[in-house]
Structures are given as structure tokens and as C-alpha cells.
Design a protein around this ligand. Structure first.
Ligand code: NAD
Ligand code: ZN
Ligand code: ZN
Length: 388
């Protein structure tokens, strides 16, 4: 079959690889009909998230069930499903407590912050380095889906692939960042990053009846796109101070009730060019976190959705204490919220596919990564068709 294979930073190509097979009675094989490139994939592409051997990429995918393992009772051949990006068993302590991305069984060997006092077990992910279990991903014609009674969700035939594809990751992720803010309606939300995740956070803030949604980015074309789609306020980031001043101006001087970091670790955008990486680190995304801490009001919440593949960094602990900030971070518990989010799509309360700027064949995956990474051609979201 054809698949997008990671070889080394900067080199992801469409190769011919072996078809996946059922390895466990709880597996299915999915024929992938649509898949997307995520900002998290860019951390691998640029070397920020290390992977030492080739791997089939991709954790945002959907398709048609091709084959089912002996234990599969929830699905049959021919079902059309979307697949949550965390690989989760459904039975362990964490899965039972709505924390599927911390599943103890999908990645038993290890993933955990090396910088902690003890390392910890943690969840697996499709196509996202050996640290996350070494599973092959879904930027491919076929993919093996483990624990398939728990993860995949059937989707109605009347909805197109593009209408539901982002239920796999970026819509639940954006929604989670807003959910953590426990809005009651009327609040101000400042969202750093107008990429796919930030855009989904904007849509989610609107679903939560936020009173004011402010989006910050360094790229004017992305701010223009999300403003056109949602009518949100925008701030073009020049530096942290100017950004925070503008947020306060828009929030009666107090700061936003909720700040969301949908940027994450940024230097990797130029890690392929080492010199620029060092420069960018100086004024990179830790500045975004600082701006979140300064831009949020006393007693407000900061949600960190952006990925930080680093163990330690300078951290505004004094601000967290002094202002009484609630800090929430991590991967979205997709399994716990995806059914509710599918309803929003089905009833037309939210539209997800309007952020897609590029539709490519899987054959052109190298080009897809390059333009998304370099933010060329007004790129916001790339969707790949494995069969075109
Ligand atoms: P992306 O790279 O398209 O978006 C990042 C955006 O941040 C870009 O528009 C960039 O211009 C902007 N940006 C850079 N510096 C900035 C600054 N100083 N101020 C404001 N904006 C700035 O990627 P994406 O797909 O939108 O993903 C965003 C982040 O979310 C990534 O770190 C990704 O790994 C992470 N992510 C997390 C989860 C999760 O479960 N927590 C899921 C998916 C993605
Ligand atoms: Zn993702
Ligand atoms: Zn589990």
C-alpha cells in the first residue's frame, strides 16, 4: 500500500510499504478514505519530537472498516468511522476515568517526562514516534486500529468525510481548551494561534457562548481567515507586551477570563535551519505562555493545548500563584467528548471543514508537509486523499 513515511526531519515521503494485518483480536483494519496533517506532525517533521527509525505518519484519519478481529462486537466490515487520535484500551483506570490519552495499556513500555522525579507510563498514539508506542499511523491507504471496540465512532452517511474528519483530533482539542475554562456564557477568551487548533478553539468558544473571542497570531493571513469565518477579534503578534496590552484594552483592563495556548513549541518551525532555531527559541513560544499568564485575569484559566516536547523551561510560577491562575494542559480526552461533538456537527451548530485550504493526493504528501511547515500559499489545513 501507499503510506506517508517519516525518514528523518524534513523528509516524509509517499512510499510503498506492507499492508497492515490484524495482530490482536481487538484490532480492525481500516481502509482510509481521508486523512490530515496536524501541527503535531510538524514537531516530528522539524525534529522537535525525536524519531530514530522510519514510521508511517498520521493520527487524523477516517475510513471504512475492511476487516475485524475476533473480539470486535461494535463494528463490522463496511462501517464508516472516525478514529480518535489517542490509542486507548477502554478498561484501565485512566480510560475508566475519562483520560484515554493516559491509557496504561496502549503504551506500557514507557512514555513520560524524563525530567520528572520518576518516569511514568502513558498512552499510545497513531504515527507519533516510538515514545508514543511506535504505532503505524493513518496517512496511508490502510491502518491497523487497536482496541477498536472503544475508539472508532460510526458517522452518518449524509455527512461528507471533510465534515467529520476533524472529530479525530483538532475539534476535540480546541473544544477541550475551552471546556477547561468552565465558561458560563459571556466570558472573554484569548486564543493564541490561528492555526487549525486555534481555529477549532474559536468555534468551540462560540459554542460555549463566549462574549468576546480574541485571536492572536504572527501571520496576518491566518487572522484574516478566522475573522472572516467567525467574526472574532484579532491581534497581530509583534511581541508579548504589545499583545497583552491589547488583550487588556479589549477586556476592560482586567485580562481575559480564559487564555488558550494553541501554539506550542515553535522553534522547530526552523529547526531544519539550526541558526534560526536558536534565534526563534529566544522569542519563541515560551513567550506565548508568558503572554497567556499576563493576559489572563486574576483567578482566570490558562489552557495549554500546544505541545511542549521539552522537560524544563522558564516558567512564570510567581504569576500563577499571585494571580491565582488555574492551569490546565495536555492532550484532549477525545473518547470522552467525541459523541457530543458529532451531534454539534450533525445538527449544523458547527462547521469544521471551512478551514481546509489544501486538498492533495497522498502521493503529494512531501509537498503537503513542506507548505504547512513553511506556512506557504496561505496554508491552514492540508487534507490528503490516499486513493486519488
Ligand atoms: P500550526 O503550526 O498550524 O499553528 C500554530 C500557529 O501558531 C501558527 O498559525 C503560528 O503562526 C502561530 N504562532 C507562532 N508564534 C506565535 C506567537 N508568538 N503568537 C501567536 N501565534 C503564534 O499547528 P496546529 O495544527 O494549529 O497546532 C497547534 C499546536 O497544538 C501544536 O503545538 C500542536 O502540536 C498542538 N496540538 C495539541 C493537541 C492536544 O491534544 N493537546 C492536539 C493537536 C495539536
Ligand atoms: Zn494532532
Ligand atoms: Zn486504557
Amino acid at each position: 500500500m501507499k503510506a506517508a513515511v517519516f525518514h528523518m526531519p524534513g523528509k516524509i515521503t509517499c512510499d510503498t510499504v506492507d499492508d497492515p494485518i490484524i495482530e490482536d483480536p481487538n484490532d480492525i483494519i481500516l481502509k482510509v478514505t481521508s486523512t490530515a496533517i496536524c501541527g503535531s506532525d510538524l514537531h516530528m517533521y522539524s525534529g522537535g519530537m525525536p524519531q530514530l527509525k522510519p514510521m508511517v505518519m498520521g493520527h487524523e484519519f477516517m475510513g471504512i472498516v475492511e476487516e475485524v478481529g475476533a473480539n470486535i462486537s461494535h463494528l463490522q466490515r463496511g462501517d464508516r468511522v472516525v478514529v480518535p487520535f489517542p490509542i486507548a484500551c477502554g478498561g484501565c483506570y485512566f480510560c475508566q476515568h475519562n483520560l484515554p490519552s493516559a491509557c496504561e495499556n496502549s503504551n506500557p513500555d514507557h512514555y513520560g517526562p524524563e525530567g520528572g522525579i520518576l518516569t511514568e507510563k502513558g498512552g499510545g498514539m497513531f504515527g507519533y514516534t516510538d515514545l508514543y508506542g511506535g504505532y503505524s499511523g493513518g496517512q496511508a491507504q490502510y491502518v491497523r486500529v487497536p482496541y477498536a471496540n472503544f475508539g472508532p465512532r460510526k458517522v452518518p452517511d449524509i455527512l461528507t468525510d471533510e465534515q467529520v474528519l476533524f472529530l479525530t483530533d483538532i475539534f476535540p482539542t480546541g473544544y477541550t481548551g475551552v471546556m477547561w475554562g468552565e465558561l458560563k456564557g459571556g466570558e472573554s477568551v484569548a486564543i493564541f494561534g490561528a492555526g487549525p487548533v486555534g481555529s477549532m478553539a474559536v468555534k468551540s468558544a462560540i459554542l460555549h457562548n463566549a462574549g468576546k473571542v480574541i485571536v492572536i497570531d504572527t501571520l496576518q493571513y491566518r487572522l484574516d481567515q478566522i475573522k472572516k469565518l467567525t467574526g472574532c477579534e484579532t491581534i497581530l503578534w509583534e511581541d508579548a507586551e504589545q499583545t497583552v496590552e491589547q488583550i487588556r484594552d479589549l477586556t476592560e483592563g482586567r485580562g481575559a477570563d480564559l487564555c488558550i495556548d494553541a501554539v506550542g513549541f515553535e522553534p522547530e518551525r526552523n529547526l531544519l535551519d539550526k541558526a534560526k532555531a536558536v534565534l526563534n527559541f529566544e522569542k519563541g513560544s515560551i513567550k506565548v505562555l508568558e503572554a497567556c499568564m499576563s493576559g489572563v485575569r486574576r483567578g482566570g484559566t490558562v489552557s495549554i493545548l500546544g505541545v511542549y516536547p521539552v522537560n524544563y523551561d522558564n516558567f512564570a510560577v510567581g504569576q500563577i500563584f499571585d494571580k491565582g491562575i488555574t492551569l490546565k494542559a495536555g492532550q484532549s480526552p477525545v473518547h470522552a467528548i467525541v459523541d457530543k461533538l458529532l451531534k454539534y456537527v450533525e445538527t449544523g451548530q458547527v462547521k469544521l471543514d471551512d478551514i481546509i485550504t489544501h486538498r492533495l493526493s497522498l502521493d503529494d504528501v512531501a509537498k503537503g508537509y513542506e507548505i504547512f511547515h513553511k506556512k506557504e500559499d496561505n496554508c491552514v489545513k492540508v487534507v490528503l486523499d490516499p486513493w486519488k
